[in-house]
Design a protein around this ligand. Sequence first.
Ligand SMILES: C[S@@+](CC[C@H](N)C(=O)[O-])C[C@H]1O[C@@H](n2cnc3c(N)ncnc32)[C@H](O)[C@@H]1O
Length: 223
Amino acid sequence: MRIFLILIFLTPVLGLSRKPVPASQYEQLTGKKLSKDKKAKWDKLYSNSKFVYGKAPSKFLSQSYQFIPFGSSVLDLGMGEGRNAVFLAQKGYQITGVDLSNIAVKKAQLLAKEFGVKIKTIVANLQDYEFAENSFDSIICFYWVDRKMLERIHKWLKPGGVIIYEGFTLKQRSQQKDQDPVSYFLEEAELLTLFKDYKILKFEEADHLDEFRSSIIAKKGKK
Ligand SMILES: C[S@@+](CC[C@H](N)C(=O)[O-])C[C@H]1O[C@@H](n2cnc3c(N)ncnc32)[C@H](O)[C@@H]1O
């Protein structure tokens, strides 16, 4: 009986009675990512015969891809259904695309087949996936903002390599009433800070369009 009473007393103290917390709160509290939930979210979005982001590449990429030396190796982070990867493969680049969603990657391979090109694809959570140092001549990342990746992007990129990065800004979040977490969006001119140790080759943050994005092309030093 005495043990029973002690247990009742200790239950709230030990946290044994806590209710499960929502995923977003769990991530905030623990700093750990619930990648299974994330994967499920993306898989659901892509489980549709349509191409969610279309088959055409990002306008910024189609206008600027020539900053990447012809025929070189390119890593596409958070590749999605492959619109940018397939475009670059058509232009003669050696593409490796990585995405958390196997459904997205399958669709990217279908898109590659449709356009008669080959792309290498990897289904992986990039938060715990590794490439060797200096693996790629270029890295592209479109609409997947994860600031914790920057150190590894730097490591994977060869000296003198080029990064092309584009994301929505916080203005997009407020104007479009987007419910995604604030951390998915870029602050105004933040890309210039994130790539401050690089040589900036091109930077765009158009304010006159109905979508608010920030785009950069930056070159890693030769050292
Ligand atoms: C907004 S979509 C952009 C897709 C593509 N870059 C494009 O512009 O069409 C973001 C992509 O990032 C992928 N992603 C999110 N977290 C990831 C992670 N930890 N590892 C790999 N891919 C991830 C998602 O599966 C999704 O396909």
